[in-house]
Ligand binder design. Structure first.
Ligand SMILES: Nc1ncnc2c1ncn2[C@@H]1O[C@H](COP(=O)(O)OP(=O)(O)O)[C@@H](O)[C@H]1O
Ligand SMILES: [Mg+2]
Length: 602
């Protein structure tokens, strides 16, 4: 630890250990003012036989050279390679995440088929890329420990040690991992259908939690997936079983074929799923009604109206989905990611974009009605009232634009970006600002009062019986009198409060970066209960009937009893949940940074 290689790569820790290699996390000292991390794979060459030593160096250089020619989002970039003494090193893009073997070991129950299906499809995408490469590359070592899940919930393929440029029919020696490798690979055959088999073995392992290395070879058909995991659909089982056929001729002819089969399941089995009879199966296992894959993270809050869910994703798109089945209706592409949550008013949807504009789109057709440009990213979520749409911009203004034309009626000045969603009531507009203040302006945009906190206010205010509730980066939840702007009470949490409060039945619910959600008496600020998750809660709670719903950076969506704070259920997604739930007709809609939007029975 602390050792510096090539006077450049400082070893920070161990990421993985194999038979002949170790992978370290390292810091690239060529970038002194920032922490640029990389992964350094070390291959120890202790072979006494000079011929074997030479082969090891050859394998290593081949891995470096294969990787250097590849360009795919799921394959880590190679930055450098070198040898020192009896060791060779490969410097790779650092993947912030976990390999699937470690993930599976830590995961408390069985993985949902939706998640495994998505990973399977993503693995197909990268394997198709390799097989279509010129010359084709057979990976030959697909298994959970060679697949990583990055912090965006995306699959990454690591360990090209034995991937080799493939010449059809060429014979070599057995390369791969017993248990995952197909029978013909033991005879030295490298064929793309070997990757079909290993992918099948990997999916079988992920669904059943039965490690094939600990089982008799080629015994998958004697260990049916459904005996271990009855919730997996018959169709999914069939796709995996066909990949696991002993004879290569009986398998999917290519990964592309297998991918098509898997993608077919995504729409049919998931779209057709009906809600579980009782709504929940224990405190940790609930099945989504449906889920929909976006092309990037979903951090904003969905909006639901007239049986349609509208959701903005970091892939630049505003999506409209059928609320019951999750079927795609339309999408509208802006020029930047969507951090802003859409707002529906009559037959229009409003959403802000990183491309600096606010958009007004027809709710039925997805066609643009107007756009309103500003001088900064629009991360604030719009609100409609008094025939105007109110929203903040990173250009330090709060805007009021005419709902019909998009013409700006006025803009109120602040000292910093406005990312908070405005609350409107009593002919006033209330919002937080990154300058640390909470503002109240009247409906002509004239400042009524300004309340200074000690850090940025990204949280959005909630109005309830003459009091404004809002969180601040200074760790505090404030209750302010709406007329005077004076503090009625304040409560300190252990960390910044980015989550926005929700108020019902005289109780304020709000999350904190300190990992907890607080339930506070609205009049006094006295704590009623506190519920602690495994990571930050930046998601804003939503209330439905007697429950509170919210996401956590620990990857779960929670349902908690509003009166007692007791856990009702939680649902695990593939990545942190910073999106906030929207609830309609007993269904919770929420996005995840694993790129999906989920519909869960409340
Ligand atoms: N680029 C990377 N970033 C972060 N972790 C990595 C990276 N590459 C590998 N790892 C971790 O190190 C482990 C071993 O790496 P791998 O390349 O599979 O080596 P081996 O040849 O020993 O199997 C992986 O299972 C993964 O957990
Ligand atoms: Mg490996």
């Amino acid at each position: 630890m602390g050792q510096v290689l090539q006077q450049r790569y400082q070893i920070m820790g161990v990421l993985g250990m194999g038979g002949m290699s170790a992978v370290y996390q390292a810091r690239d000292l060529r970038f002194p003012s920032v922490t640029k991390l990389c992964a350094v794979k070390e291959i120890i060459n202790l072979a006494p036989d000079p011929q074997l030593r030479a082969i090891a160096v050859q394998n290593f250089e081949r891995e470096a050279n294969i990787l250097a020619t590849l360009s795919h989002a799921a394959i880590p970039k190679v930055y450098d390679y070198f040898s020192e003494h009896d060791r060779s090193y490969l410097v790779l893009e650092y993947i912030d995440g976990q390999d699937l073997e470690a993930y599976l070991a830590e995961y408390p129950g069985l993985l949902s088929q939706e998640i495994v299906l998505e990973w399977g499809i993503q693995l197909c995408q990268v394997l198709v890329y390799l097989h279509d490469h010129n010359p084709p590359i057979v990976f030959r070592d697909v298994k959970p420990s060679n697949v990583m899940l990055d912090k965006h919930g995306q699959i990454r393929l690591v360990d090209f040690g034995i991937a080799k440029l493939f010449q059809s029919g060429q014979k070599g020696t057995m390369i791969g991992t017993e248990g995952y490798s197909p029978p013909e690979q033991y005879r030295g055959v490298a064929d793309p259908r070997g990757d079909v088999y290993a992918l099948g073995a990997t999916l079988h392992h992920l669904l059943t939690k039965q490690d094939p290395r600990a089982e008799p070879p080629f015994s998958f058909h004697e260990r049916p997936i459904k005996s271990a995991h009855p919730a997996v659909s018959d169709q999914f089982v069939q796709v995996i079983n066909r990949a696991l056929e002993y004879e290569p001729e009986k398998r999917w002819a290519s990964i592309t074929e297998m991918q098509t089969a898997l993608e077919g399941l995504r729409t049919t089995t998931i779209g057709a799923r009906t809600k579980p009879a009782t709504g929940r199966i224990g405190a940790s296992e609930i099945e989504p009604l449906w889920l929909f894959p976006c092309e990037d993270e979903v951090r904003s809050t969905p909006a639901v109206a007239e049986g349609v869910v509208y959701v903005g994703a970091y892939d630049n798109n505003l999506y409209a989905l059928d609320a019951q089945k999750g079927q795609f209706r339309w999408k509208y592409a802006t020029e930047g990611g969507l951090a802003s949550s859409p707002c529906v008013w009559q037959d229009r949807v409003f959403v802000g974009s990183e491309d600096h504009s606010l958009y007004c789109v027809n709710a039925q057709t997805g066609r643009i009605v107007w756009s309103c440009p500003t001088q900064g990213c629009v991360r604030s979520s719009p609100q409609v009232e008094y025939n105007h749409v109110f929203f903040g911009s990173d250009d330090h203004h709060l805007y009021a634009a005419n709902v019909q034309t998009g013409r700006v009626a006025w803009k109120a000045d602040t000292e910093a970006p406005v990312r908070s969603r405005p609350a409107i009531g009593d002919e006033s507009v209330y919002f937080g600002c990154e300058d640390g203040a909470i503002y109240a302006v009247d409906i002509r945009g004239v400042l009524r009062w300004r309340f200074a906190t000690k850090r940025a206010v990204t949280s959005s205010p909630a109005l309830y019986e003459g009091v404004l509730y809002i969180g601040s980066g200074d760790h505090t939840i404030y209750a302010l009198d709406v007329r005077s702007g004076w503090a009625v009470w304040r409560l300190r949490t252990g960390k910044p409060v980015i989550s926005s409060p929700a108020v019902a039945k005289n109780t304020v619910f709000v999350g904190s970066v300190d990992h907890s959600v607080y339930a506070l008496d609205a009049r006094t600020g006295r704590q009623v209960w506190k519920f602690t998750t495994d990571n930050q809660v930046t998601s804003s709670p939503a209330i439905f009937e007697d429950s509170v719903y919210f996401g956590s950076v620990d990857g779960n969506v929670y349902s908690v009893d509003a009166r007692t704070g007791a856990l009702r259920w939680r649902f695990r997604t593939g990545a942190p949940v910073t999106s906030s739930p929207a609830i309609a007709d007993g269904v919770v809609y929420i996005g995840s940074t694993d790129h999906h939007i989920y519909a869960l029975v409340a």
